[in-house]
Design a protein around this ligand. Structure first.
Ligand code: CTP
Length: 397
């Protein structure tokens, strides 16, 4: 995914720096060339030798080195890259970036670059939440700096909260998204994904077994082709991809609102397993057990989001793609579903438990359009996603 791309990786001085060594390895696995830069503080956590061994590149250190300047000045170094990544980005580095300081190699490179910059903040939760850091964050966002994380969880300092650096794989995803330059560049895409949760009362809900894996893979594949993706997701098991605009929803009604707010788009893919029914009047309070009595739930129909968008008179996306989850007569039912809902393509899959598709890693789909049906062999959900994304790119070209 990153073949031939050059990443300048600035490693800041934080305990998360040890994960940056793994990040170097994972970026190289994707074909990237990684040039590490270590701040002085970073050298307290990782050695230049490890960074150099893992990257197979010269490591630039926070020392004034005349040989380095003679070989490749800092301006050249920061411009030779396709992307500058700062991981971990400490509170101090963020402050320097926001203030435009250039008093060491890392901050000088960051000020001198004309390339995209992606940062993975990592710091103690109180430092992250401090108004100064939040101010710097807002400034950096306004400057167009890209972010991944921080994640929430237990921290090395013993506290809990947001501040952990994103995992290396998530940073790789963000790098792929930041460098995406493919046939969908400049296109706006919408993807729905995951199940919806329809409340019964404040503690109970109706849901389904969708993990969100196929929708997530699709959003990632579309973004890797350069699309600007809005990802409207119900409560899924898998984490949303990096580099897309995530809109998290719970219910079908909320999903419809989020979809409408994301329009207009060039193409929309509806991979969500939307609940067909909701409880007509969900209780505001927890429904209590009553002796001998069973609660009576009355259902109401949810809006059909795919049909609503497919049948829009104005502002309909140029291409609308639905999924059909079937357990019998898959192709016949899906073909009818395509006509009934009015979408352009429908991707049919057999979600009978025996196939292991719902909640699994693989999918076997048939793509149905107005001109016919094509069954693809069983493959991973990311391969299915890549193939659908490529066809969408062809159709929009
Ligand atoms: N869909 C939707 N809104 C709904 C129900 C479904 O947008 N309320 C979309 C799904 O995201 C999918 C397609 O419609 O792209 C088909 O979903 P599926 O569950 O297969 O079909 P249903 O509409 O539930 O029809 P049936 O119950 O007849 O299978």
């Amino acid at each position: 995914m990153l073949a031939g791309k050059r990443v300048l990786l600035i490693i800041g001085g934080g305990i998360a720096a040890f994960k940056s060594l793994d990040l170097i390895r994972k970026l190289r696995e994707q074909g990237a060339q990684v040039t590490p830069v270590l701040t002085k503080a970073a050298e307290e956590f990782v050695t230049p030798l490890s960074a150099s061994a893992l990257s197979a590149q010269k490591v630039y250190r926070d020392l004034f080195d005349l040989t380095d300047e003679a070989e490749m000045g800092h301006i050249e170094l920061s411009r030779a890259a396709d992307l500058v990544v700062v991981a971990p980005a400490t509170a101090d580095l963020m402050a320097k970036m926001a203030g435009g300081l250039a008093n060491d190699l890392a901050s000088t490179l960051l000020l001198a670059t004309d390339k995209k910059v992606l940062i993975a903040p990592a710091m103690n939760v109180r430092m992250w939440e401090h108004p100064a850091t939040q101010r710097n964050l807002a400034t950096l966002k306004a400057d167009g700096i890209l972010f991944t994380g921080p994640d929430e969880g237990d921290m090395a300092c013993g506290e809990h909260g947001p501040g952990r650096m994103s995992e290396p794989l998530a940073i790789v995803d963000a790098v792929v998204a930041a460098l995406a330059d493919g046939p969908l560049k400049g296109r706006k895409l919408l993807v729905t994904s995951g199940p919806t949760h329809e409340p019964i009362d404040p503690v109970r809900y109706i849901a389904n077994r969708s993990s969100g894996a196929q929708g997530t893979a699709l959003a990632r594949a579309l973004s890797a082709l350069g699309a600007q993706v809005t990802f409207v997701t119900g409560p899924a098991d898998v984490a949303p991809p990096e580099g897309v605009q995530v809109v998290a929803v719970q219910t079908a009604d909320e999903m419809l609102d989020a979809v409408k707010a994301a329009l207009p788009v060039d193409a929309a893919v509806f991979a969500a397993a939307v609940a067909d029914w909701k409880v007509a009047s969900a209780s505001d309070n927890k429904i209590k057990k009553t002796k001998g009595g069973l609660p009576q739930l009355e259902f109401a129909e949810n809006p059909d989001i795919l049909a609503t968008v497919s049948q829009m008179k104005q502002g309909r996306p140029g291409l609308v793609v639905g999924f059909a989850a079937e357990t019998q007569d898959v192709i016949r039912n899906a073909t009818e579903k395509r006509k009934r809902k009015g979408c352009d393509w429908i991707i049919a899959n057999d979600v009978s438990p025996a196939t292991g598709i719902m909640g699994g890693d693989e999918n076997a789909v048939t793509m149905i359009s107005g001109t016919g049906a094509e069954s693809w062999p069983r493959m991973s959900k990311s391969q299915v996603a890549a193939r659908i994304a490529a066809q969408i790119a062809d159709a929009l070209a």
